[in-house]
Design a protein around this ligand. Structure first.
Ligand code: SF4
Length: 404
């Protein structure tokens, strides 16, 4: 487990396979978060968890707790490369195939040389999937999961203007193919090249693909659209055998007591597991239809958001100055101040500096902090207003919304 230093103490990342955390493991994480740190738990935009405020003398305790809860890697040195994103509603067959990829990656010591930032996305074609993040390698089901389209250094094509898939492989060949791609990447990459886009920019896609075996005949394929609002509220599971309920912890942040309560709720009214999502939200799968309103009421009572129209479902913010020395402002506190002023249908990202850690894809509007409580407003990569207070930024957003 990687524990790095932050302004508010150690920051420990727990990688969750496909965002999944059993109720048992969730209780263990909640206990460890309090015993070893501040009890603050962030959901990341890669559907992992980060525990904050970890004391220097508690690193070994935290690592033991994670391993005992079954959250560690299968092989020493394999933690960082388990960087595979899955769709939150991925079914058992898709999760099993993804687990096969992750196990093969961990058990191949040569692949431990991959950068921790090297990322893969594996998608079963579900109606809820993050399609805007770019990945070094992505695969998405076609023909009902009999084959998987793939692409490199980009995101899954879901609009006509997107670069098409490069080809496809049969389901039975997926694990072998992914491992071959990763070895090909490491064989081509120079010491300065850590991401697929860097290698492809130098040698070209055709040369990279030359040694790989796949079917090239799916270049007109487009991924069916995803509806991000399906992450919140009650909806039928893709297999139509039960329902799920999704909720957003405000600004992706939980405390240990809330994680405990979520674990209890999925044990009593779900499948005993939580699925965290790249929207920094959580899904409770396998809820009986007649229980969904009760589960929603419990989530609301815990302070989570279950309605996609709620302002806190339309705001993200990085850690901010409370936990990051680079931040010019307390972005999370400012986002809470902005929430009641946010115009309808407006999605805003607050960033403490220009690194934009909280947003893994371009946002409609980003407020970049320039000082305590003050922000430049950026829209479509252009700075459109300078040095505004939160109230002034809210007024700017309201005018922009009225003009749209
Ligand atoms: S975006 Fe900047 S200020 Fe915010 S957490 Fe990242 S590095 Fe820190």
């Amino acid at each position: 487990m990687r524990i790095v230093s932050a302004r508010d103490g150690g920051l420990a990342r727990l990688r969750l396979i496909g965002g999944e955390l059993s109720a048992h493991a969730a209780h263990a994480v909640a206990r460890a978060a309090v015993r070893c740190g501040s009890g603050v738990i962030d959901v990341t935009n890669r559907a992992n968890l980060q525990l904050r405020g970890i004391r220097d003398d508690a690193h070994a305790d935290l690592i033991d707790s994670a391993l005992n809860a079954g959250l560690g890697p299968q092989a020493e040195g394999g933690d960082d490369i388990r960087n595979v994103m899955l769709s939150p509603l991925a079914n058992h067959a898709t999760r099993t195939l993804a687990a096969g990829i992750i196990a093969a990656m961990q058990n191949d010591a040569a692949l431990h040389a991959l950068s921790p930032k090297f990322s893969l996305q594996f998608d079963g074609g579900e109606s809820l999937a993050m399609l805007d993040h770019t990945h070094d390698v992505w695969l998405s089901a076609l023909d009902g999961g009999a084959r998987f389209a793939f692409g490199l250094a980009g995101s899954m094509p879901h609009r006509v203007e997107h670069a098409p898939a490069l080809g496809s492989v049969a389901r039975d060949d997926v694990v072998r193919f992914v491992i071959a791609v990763l070895h090909a990447f490491l064989a081509e990459a120079t010491q300065q090249e850590h991401r697929m886009r860097e290698v492809l920019a130098r040698i070209g896609v055709a040369r990279f693909l030359a040694a790989l075996s796949f079917d090239a005949a799916c270049t007109t394929w487009r991924r069916a659209p995803s509806d991000a609002s399906l992450r919140l509220g009650a909806h039928e599971m893709p297999e139509h055998d039960a329902w799920y309920v999704g909720a957003q912890p405000p600004l992706g942040r939980l405390d240990a007591a809330t994680l405990d309560a979520l674990a209890d709720l999925t044990s009593s009214h779900g499948q005993g597991r939580l699925i965290f999502t790249p929207w920094q939200s959580v899904v409770l799968p396998g809820v009986a239809m007649q229980d969904t309103q009760y589960v929603i009421s419990r989530l609301d009572a815990l302070g989570l958001v279950t309605d996609p129209r709620h302002p806190l479902a339309r705001l993200i913010a990085c850690t901010g100055s409370a936990g990051c020395a680079k931040s010019h402002a307390d972005t999370k506190a400012d986002a809470h101040r902005l929430a009641p002023l946010l115009p309808p249908d407006t999605h805003v990202h607050l960033s403490g500096c220009d690194r934009s850690c909280a947003a893994a894809h371009p946002f409609e509007v980003t407020l970049f902090a320039v000082g305590t409580g003050r922000y430049d407003v950026h829209q479509q990569a252009q700075c459109v207003a300078h040095d505004l207070s939160i109230e002034e930024a809210a007024a700017w957003l309201a005018r922009s919304h009225a003009d749209a």
